[in-house]
Write a protein that binds this ligand. Structure first.
Ligand code: AMP
Ligand code: ZN
Length: 481
């Protein structure tokens, strides 16, 4: 079974064949965040789904090196620094740390390297110098440097646009226009403005343009002028990735990346997230309302190439669905008396067949939606096997096999048990914590044999639609469905 996925460069689903002649090593560069605030749920979609795809690529046995940058010099960071009254470096540092902490909460593993733009300034200066030498770039009198799109034949091959179409839709900044030879030429080096971070360069003090860092870091941290996979949200296809291709291939004469992988956008209640609508949903606030498992489940529930809509109904559905498999596992373990061995499913023919269906879905353009459907087939069978075992009729070997398969699938998608820690706090953080407190008081009352009080707490909660379940690993609560 070969892995196939859609390559934006050809617009087709292709077999994945790594550059490595032995077919083992894989290099992947993913565009990371510009750190001027907490990440929003759209960024989180791209990062979470990328992590799920990465887990699958690694599961197939590839030796993957995965690099994701952090943009720590940019107009937006400089603007935020002025608003917060601190230095741009402090803004970048604060939000870079926050980014790493937030993705960890969502079960996204850190990249092999997370280089920052400011780490590759000498490489970028060198890169620009070579492009000027080769006639692909030029400095303007103010000390800025521009890439000449006319000098690169393949410009537009990723976004499948031609230069004349691009120009029509372009908003031209009259100040910049005076400095450029062609309206589409893009910035490699921005001349310094007072009070902004800047570095010395042969053509004048300044800072790098945004597109350049990704080309430099990809070559340096993946140690190759051509890499296997380059990814990001679909909003980056033009101009960011088109420009990366132009500057990299103009320099090396080699293909920059062989497979381009793009995530579709996440919208909020049918609308694009935008400043004018003021509808940005930031991950720190969302983690107060929803547990990490619910959020991650929601983000991987759609195929990565279809748009996903954030609505209250979709989140409620994700909460219920993720709770279904979390509960199924705990109930199975309670009957088994212990967690099953991780590989218990390997000896079961029924599990092998389910595993094959899961693998087919993931190998077919990383279809997480279909893979989740297979996971829910496991849940249905697991619940039946558990009910039979409870009646004394069932086979606990198959029960253990199905439970271990469920856990295996969850880890592959990253909707793992480790994200359940906060799950008992449910939708509303405060009410969840108060509920935990009530449960604690009830359990204390039971220990003290004050059964009238403990029963009263349980009954009053039941009247409010909250059902308590006492298990070997403690008391859990459920909303009555
Ligand atoms: P940025 O910090 O804006 O460069 O974005 C970081 C990553 O998040 C990039 O890969 C973007 O393509 C991606 N991204 C931004 N907005 C969205 C969105 N609404 N839905 C999905 N991905 C997004
Ligand atoms: Zn990039």
């Amino acid at each position: 079974m070969t892995l196939r996925f859609t390559n934006t460069l050809t617009g087709k689903k292709e077999d994945f064949v790594p550059l490595d002649p032995e077919g083992r090593k894989v290099t992947w560069y993913a565009c990371g965040p510009t750190v001027y605030g907490p990440i929003h749920i759209g960024n989180a979609r791209t990062f979470v789904v990328t992590d799920t795809i990465r887990r699958w690529v690694e599961h197939l046995g590839y030796d993957l090196r995965f690099v994701q940058n952090i943009t720590d010099v940019d107009d937006k960071i400089i603007r935020r620094a002025a608003e917060e009254g601190i230095a741009p470096e402090e803004v970048a540092e604060k939000y870079a740390k926050m980014f790493l902490a937030h993705i960890e909460l969502l079960g996204v593993r850190p990249a092999s390297a997370h280089p920052r733009c400011t780490q590759v300034i000498p490489e970028m200066i060198d890169f620009i110098g070579k492009l000027i030498e080769k006639g692909h770039a030029y400095a303007s009198p103010d000390g800025s440097v521009w890439f000449s799109v006319r000098s690169f034949d393949g410009y537009g091959k990723l976004s499948r646009k031609n230069l004349d179409d691009m120009r029509e839709g372009e908003r031209v900044d009259p100040e910049q226009q005076k400095l450029k030879r062609d309206a589409m030429d893009f910035s490699l080096w921005k001349a310094a403005k007072p009070g902004e971070p800047s570095w010395d360069a042969p053509w004048g003090q300044g800072r790098p343009g945004w597109h350049l860092e990704c080309s430099c870091m990809s070559m340096r941290f993946l140690e190759s002028e051509t890499i296997d996979i380059h990814s990001g949200g679909v909003d980056l296809v033009f101009p960011h990735h088109e420009n990366e291709i132009a500057q990299s291939e103009a320099l090396t004469g080699k293909p920059f990346a062989r497979y381009w992988l793009h995530q579709a956008m996440l919208n909020i209640r049918g609308d694009k997230m935008s400043k004018s609508l003021g509808n940005f949903l930031y991950i720190d606030k969302l983690l107060e309302r929803f547990d990490a498992l619910t959020l991650r489940h929601f983000l991987v529930s759609a195929h990565y190439r279809t748009e996903l809509d954030f609505t209250d109904d979709n989140l409620e559905l994700a909460r219920k669905s993720s709770r279904r498999y979390a509960d199924a596992w705990h109930e199975a373990v309670a009957v088994l008396g212990a967690e099953p061995d991780a590989g218990a499913w390997k000896t079961s023919p029924a599990c092998a067949e389910l595993e094959e269906r899961f693998a087919e879905s993931m190998n077919d353009d990383f279809n997480t939606a279909r893979a989740l459907a297979v996971l829910f087939d496991v849940v249905t069978r697991l619940n039946t096997a558990r009910a039979n075992a409870e009646k004394g009729a069932g086979d606990t070997v198959e029960l253990a096999a199905l439970a271990s398969l469920l856990d295996f699938f969850r880890n592959l998608l990253g909707v793992s048990r480790s994200l359940e820690a906060a799950q008992t706090t449910g939708m509303e953080d405060l009410s969840g914590r108060l509920l935990d407190l009530l449960i604690e008081v009830r359990n204390d009352a039971r220990k003290l044999k004050q059964f009238a009080l403990s029963d009263r707490i349980r009954d009053r909660l039941a009247e409010n639609g909250i059902v308590l379940e006492d298990r070997a690993d403690g008391t859990r609560w459920k909303r009555e469905s």
